[in-house]
Ligand binder design. Structure first.
Ligand code: KG4
Ligand code: ZN
Length: 333
């Protein structure tokens, strides 16, 4: 019954989780609200807040799980990709904890963690499956052949989907992070009100920078003739933007699933919290007779439960790392 402590600190969430024999017993997430005032994550500030939050988050995760820290069999941590200063806090903490209690260390790739969040709970996909991983920093279609055998078959050539939503929301005058607010407004709007272009990118790759620019020009031109354009049409604009982002993502995912002959289709990453995307994938899978795997909200955005569960599968394989391990801002699969 291995007990794994998971640590996540790659961006602006400080998170700790305890997993026992593949079951998540706790998942504590400390959000950093300080970045709202700056309209985006300020790396230096993120590192400082991680430093303040990491020990209370771990203490809470251990006490909520009702385990003793000596019961922990291994410490799994996000090694990368992410902000280097943020990663350093989590990696240094994990190493110190493991050294003090004489426990082994397990490194986890953050993007693999997002995919492996699907192995929390009973509704698990079967290999091989496709996972659309969409976050503030990444947009990938991943062919998942086994727990740690994953191939990126398509990815963004410029902005990530979450980044496009966050940048669009800035243009709309909404606070950071805008993705959840676009989702909220979109629920009251007409998604067919405005037509934004779908980029023609080869293979399974994506591009979102053109869409962002066309939205900027659309708003600039309309505000010129009607200064209240944004306030009067916020719900329709958000619904139309969200719809275009969702159709860009799902059209590629559908093609990949057909061409690879795969029937288990999963979503992961912060943007998988989006209502339109969740509904869109559910409908697509119903139409095609495929199985949709959509994570619970708390496992969509950054969290340590996904790191703990990934750590559990590495523990079973005996894959540990030494105390000389260092974080990686860029980390391939
Ligand atoms: O995975 P994540 O928490 O952090 C990264 O690793 O980037 O993803 C954060 C991204 C942000 O761009 C945020 O705006 C977006 O996920 N997001 C959403 C929603 N919730 C979070 N986008 C659209 N709708 C949502 N409900
Ligand atoms: Zn993430």
């Amino acid at each position: 019954m291995p007990v794994i402590l998971g640590i996540e600190s790659s961006c602006d969430e400080t998170s700790a989780s305890v997993c026992m024999n593949g079951e998540i017993l706790s998942n504590v997430i400390a959000n950093q609200t300080i970045h709202e005032a700056y309209g985006g994550v300020v790396p230096e500030l993120a590192s400082r807040v991680h430093q303040q939050n990491i020990i209370p988050a771990v203490q809470q995760a251990i006490s909520k799980a009702k385990v003793n820290k000596n019961d922990i069999d291994a410490v799994a941590f996000t090694r990368g990709p992410g902000l280097l200063g943020s990663l350093l806090v989590g990696v240094s903490f994990a190493k110190s904890f493991a050294l003090a209690l004489d426990k082994p260390l397990i490194e986890v790739n953050h993007m693999q963690g997002h995919v492996l969040a699907h192995f929390i709970g009973d509704h698990k996909p079967s290999f091989p499956f496709l996972c659309l991983t969409v976050s503030g920093g990444h947009t990938q279609i991943v062919l998942v052949k086994d727990y740690f055998d994953m191939e990126i078959i398509g990815q963004t050539t410029d902005d990530a989907a979450g980044e496009a939503l966050d940048k669009t929301s800035k243009v709309l005058g909404l606070p950071y992070p805008g993705g959840p607010l676009i989702d909220k407004y979109a629920r009251q709007g007409n998604r067919g009100a405005y037509k934004f272009p779908e980029p023609q990118i080869p293979n399974y790759d994506f591009s979102f920078s053109g869409l962002k620019t066309s939205i900027m020009y659309f708003i600039r031109d309309n505000v010129k003739t009607n200064p209240d354009f944004l306030q009067e049409n916020m719900a329709d604009i958000c619904a139309s933007v969200e719809y275009r982002v969702v159709t860009i993502l799902l059209n590629k995912l559908k093609r990949a699933a057909i061409e690879y002959g795969i029937k288990d289709i999963a979503l992961a990453g912060g943007v998988s919290a989006n209502t339109g995307l969740r509904q869109g994938l559910t409908e697509l899978c119903e139409q095609q007779g495929w199985n949709a795997f959509i994570p619970k909200f708390e496992y969509c955005t950054d969290n340590a439960a996904m790191i703990a569960i990934a750590g559990y599968y590495k523990y079973l394989k005996g894959e540990f790392v030494g105390q000389d391990i260092a974080p990686l801002a860029r980390m391939p699969f």
